[in-house]
Design a protein around this ligand. Structure first.
Ligand SMILES: *[C@@H]1O[C@H](CO)[C@@H](O)[C@H](O)[C@H]1NC(C)=O
Ligand SMILES: *[C@@H]1O[C@H](CO)[C@@H](O)[C@H](O)[C@H]1NC(C)=O
Ligand SMILES: *[C@@H]1O[C@H](CO)[C@@H](O)[C@H](O)[C@H]1NC(C)=O
Ligand SMILES: *[C@@H]1O[C@H](CO)[C@@H](O)[C@H](O)[C@H]1NC(C)=O
Length: 437
């Protein structure tokens, strides 16, 4: 067994001691942590790191674990489904998992494309995009690292929905309840969302799916409640990770892709600026040079590829770990790489240290950061040094957007996307990337 799998198993068991016997298959569906800071004054590196560690059930350093305590309380109109409800969620055994809903898709734009803008929330910690469900528009966090579409809705208490835009299925003429269907996404620390499921018409910039499974939270963790800009998630990983029971549901992209001009969506995420997600075409004006297409390893339901090499500032190409895997994840803020990558990178930054107190690599804010070249499925991609300067910790110290993960699976989050325009091709399961124009 790979060390990653072992770690997942270990942390899964520790974290879910009071919950269900989920196995390693459930990785990646835990994505819901926002780690909001109501008194936000700037990007918070340790919090972003914590968010990522939780999502993937990675070891959380003691120094950043304290902040986790407050996140676990569930706010719910009903009794929180601790214990019992969880026991039934044995998801991820995908052989024979059925998708229902008879979803039908149509590119309502005559040319079969859909475009939405995305706006970075809280200085690029997450990107939100408008989605229309049954005629009601909500800002959702598009997440290529999970596969559930769930929303704040009228079943939640007013305390839980204060400041949020909610979906009200009773006001939609196209809504239908999916009898008996439930979903549950949870983190190792118990935060997350759970509820029931219906179908409705979902429109993203003109790309439309009728009878799309829409998961309606009846319980959400406090961290979500506090993140009032975010009214839910739109999962864009493979449908094999969807958590709806008893019949697993397809993602919006899986439902819409055959009706698109091309079965692709693209992520155009930029530092401190609005970007866009586009469905149905690859806009060549968004990048320079040729796009590189690499094969995606769909085994675990992620947009995953091998990434075993790197170079710092165009120097000698080095091997990190032979056969190492990485995923492209728009729902994660940081770039978590093999420790060899982070160590070699920060060795080139004057004054950089692996600071246990901060939970990761920091450096003097006036340091010049070199570019990083990392392997994406056999071809090197560049992440600009300026995109790696992520957050100010104090007057002089900055937290790196590149951090190390010891859990095996590398996670290339928004820091990667800021430097690279990325296309997700569901027709031939390839990932395309090129430097942003
Ligand atoms: C936000 O800051 C104010 C003023 O410092 C403080 O009173 C309040 O408790 C803070 N809120 C939270 C949630 O930390
Ligand atoms: C599709 O139509 C939209 C709206 O008319 C337009 O902005 C876009 O460029 C078109 N896309 C293609 C691939 O022709
Ligand atoms: C595909 O991913 C699986 C699971 O992460 C891994 O075990 C396998 O080695 C990968 N395959 C290739 C060809 O990299
Ligand atoms: C996948 O599709 C893209 C876009 O249509 C194409 O450029 C690329 O060559 C294809 N890759 C493979 C391996 O078929």
């Amino acid at each position: 067994m790979q060390s990653f799998a072992k770690l997942l198993l270990l942390f899964g068991l520790l974290a879910l001691a009071s919950a269900s016997p989920v196995g390693i298959q459930k990785r990646g569906v835990y994505k819901v942590e926002r780690v909001p800071n109501p008194n936000y004054t700037g990007r918070n590196g340790p919090r972003a790191l914590l968010k990522t560690l939780r999502k993937y059930r990675m070891p959380i350093p003691a120094s950043v674990a304290g902040a986790a305590q407050q996140q676990s309380e569930m706010i719910s109109k009903r009794e929180p489904k601790r214990g019992k409800g969880r026991g039934q969620r044995q998801k991820g055994q995908n052989g024979g998992a059925a998708t229902t809903g008879q979803a039908a898709a149509a590119g309502s734009a005559a040319n079969g494309t859909g475009l939405v803008t995305n706006t970075p929330e809280a200085n690029d910690v997450e990107y939100l995009s408008p989605v229309t469900i049954g005629g009601q528009t909500l800002n959702l966090d598009f997440d290529s690292g999970s596969s559930d579409l769930w929303v704040f809705n009228s079943q939640l208490s007013t305390a839980a929905t204060q400041g949020h835009t909610i979906y009200d299925p009773t006001k939609s003429t196209t809504f239908a309840l999916m009898q008996g269907a439930t979903f549950e996404i949870s983190y190792g620390d118990g935060s997350g969302a759970a509820g029931n499921v219906g179908t409705d018409t979902v429109d993203i910039g003109g790309a439309t799916v009728t009878n799309q499974a829409v998961e309606m939270a009846t319980a959400v963790s406090r961290s979500f409640v506090e993140d009032t800009n975010n009214n839910g998630l739109l999962g864009l990983a493979f449908s094999t990770l969807n958590t709806v029971q008893p019949a697993q549901q397809k993602t919006f992209f899986d439902n819409v892709k055959d009706s698109l001009a091309e079965p692709v969506f693209t992520a155009d995420l930029r530092a401190q600026a609005a970007g866009a997600y586009e469905f149905g075409r690859v806009d060549t004006s968004k990048f320079t040079g040729a796009m590189t297409w690499v094969p995606v390893n769909t085994t675990d339901g992620f947009w995953q590829f091998t990434s075993e090499k790197f170079a710092v500032d165009g120097g000698t190409t080095q091997t990190s770990t032979a056969g190492a895997q990485a995923i492209a994840d728009t729902g994660t803020t940081l770039l978590l790489a093999d420790p060899a990558v982070a160590q070699a990178y920060y060795a080139q930054v004057d004054g950089a240290v692996d600071d246990e107190q901060q939970g990761g690599f920091t450096f003097p804010c006036d340091a010049t950061l070199p570019d990083l070249q990392i392997d994406v499925g056999g071809t090197m991609a560049t992440v600009k040094g300026t995109d790696i300067n992520f957050a100010q910790v104090d007057d002089q110290t900055c937290f790196g957007g590149l951090q190390a993960t010891t859990a095996g699976l590398q996670i290339y989050g928004d820091i990667f996307f800021k430097s690279n325009f990325v296309a997700f091709n569901g027709g031939n399961n390839t990932l395309g990337f090129a430097q942003h124009a």
